[in-house]
Design a protein around this ligand. Structure first.
Ligand code: KG4
Ligand code: ZN
Length: 379
């Protein structure tokens, strides 16, 4: 079946079309169209994501991105989709300009050969989520197809299924590391999740972003820290500073990163000026500290639950050092496979939302006509 995926939970507006085949144990996906607009530069001057601005940007970009994926996938057949104007206007009444841009597309193209729409319902910024949900509902009505609410974090887990014939063996363990979440999730089966550990304060990505800010690096800071740390390693720099490894030895599977961030802040404050050399050292020591904790907690969980597959998802898995460290960890376990999303599918995207939609479809879910944005939706 063909699924249109829509993602607007944070500062990425994304629309894509996938063709999904296979059963729940061996699903397979082909990308027919994928369009993404990152608002990161718009938010950079505020040092973080500004929800009302994100909402406005999503409303502006959704229809052009939809037109792009319809065109890229060859589904832009000239014609007209008949739709109930009053109904669509009503659904989109809180999304300025969206009715106009969407109706232009409906008036230009025939109804495409798409079977369902999957849209992020949470977690995320509620004003941002609502735009995507209302857009999806309006399209679902115009095209007369079901709309499946997807959980963004399930999407990050499902993103590994895009890569190849990744066959997940259960029980599986997922480490989710993004800007808003840090969780260890036991996956007994698809759609059967148990969060066994999570952060007590900052998420990993959030810590990367805050440390970047301390070092006067632009938002989002993860990639900048990662680049500096990589440089430091290639220059064989040994950090003179030492940062803590919070909760490394606690018997649970929880995390805490705010103390680590504070420790970076204090060390930075002690210096009159942070030189480029200092920045490299800080970035390296910070990345080492974070990675050590993530790897150790995950190792313990792998052993405790005898997990057969380890999945890592969320924007921070774009970090090359973290990827390499987990490859090294899993190489010690002959019975455990490691699935990482491709670099391009690591940060937020709508392909993973469509994949999560397919898993839900295969589990018997057939879409909902009315549902809400849930900022704190959990797995
Ligand atoms: O999953 P994601 O795109 O959005 C959320 O759902 O939060 O994750 C974004 C987070 C940001 O905090 C960003 O700094 C971090 O992922 N990130 C990285 C890297 N690339 C993105 N962190 C460390 N190293 C990277 N290379
Ligand atoms: Zn995300």
């Amino acid at each position: 079946m063909k699924i249109l995926g829509i993602e607007t939970s944070c500062d990425e507006t994304a629309v894509s079309i996938i063709e999904a085949t296979g059963d729940i144990m061996s699903p397979s996906f082909k990308i027919l169209g994928d369009a993404l607009y990152s608002q990161a530069k718009t938010h950079a001057k505020f040092g973080g994501v500004f929800p009302s601005l994100a909402k406005r940007e999503h409303a502006k970009n959704l229809a052009p991105l939809l037109e792009k994926v319809l065109t890229d996938s060859g589904m832009n057949k000239n014609g007209k989709t008949e739709f109930d104007e009053r109904k669509l206007k009503h659904i989109l009444e809180r999304e300025p300009g969206l009715f106009e841009t969407l109706s232009q597309i409906l008036n230009k193209f025939e109804r495409p050969d798409i079977d369902a729409i999957a849209v992020t319902a949470g977690p995320g910024l509620e004003p941002a989520l609502w735009v995507g949900i209302n857009f999806a509902r309006a399209l679902g009505i115009a095209w007369n197809i079901p709309v499946l609410p997807s959980n963004h974090m399930e999407g990050h887990i499902a993103s590994v299924l895009l890569s190849s014939q990744n066959k997940v063996n259960f029980p599986a363990l997922a480490l989710l590391i993004s800007g808003g979440h840090t969780e260890l999730v036991l996956i007994k089966n698809w759609l059967d999740y148990e969060v066994i550990g999570k952060t007590k304060d900052d998420a990993v990505g959030e810590a990367f972003d805050k440390v970047a800010r301390i070092l006067s690096l632009p938002y989002p800071g993860g990639p900048h820290i990662s680049k500096l740390a990589e440089q430091a390693r290639s220059e064989s720099i040994i950090p003179k500073i030492k940062f803590p490894r919070p909760m490394l030895k606690t018997p649970d599977f929880d995390f805490s990163f705010s103390g680590l961030k504070t420790s970076v802040l204090y060390s930075a404050k002690k210096l009159e000026e942070i030189s480029d050399q200092d920045k490299k050292e800080f970035a390296l020591e910070f990345e080492n500290a974070v990675t050590e904790v993530l790897v150790e907690k995950t190792r313990k969980a792998l052993e405790e639950y005898s997990a057969k597959t380890l999945i890592i998802g969320g924007g921070v898995v774009a970090n090359k050092f973290i990827r390499k460290s987990f490859e090294e960890l899993v190489s010690k376990y002959s019975d455990t496979g490691l699935f990482l999303p491709e670099l391009s599918h690591s940060t937020d995207n709508s392909l993973m939302i469509a994949v999560a939609g397919y898993l839900n479809w295969l589990s018997g879910k057939r879409g909902e006509t009315i549902f809400e944005a849930k900022g704190n939706l959990s797995l």
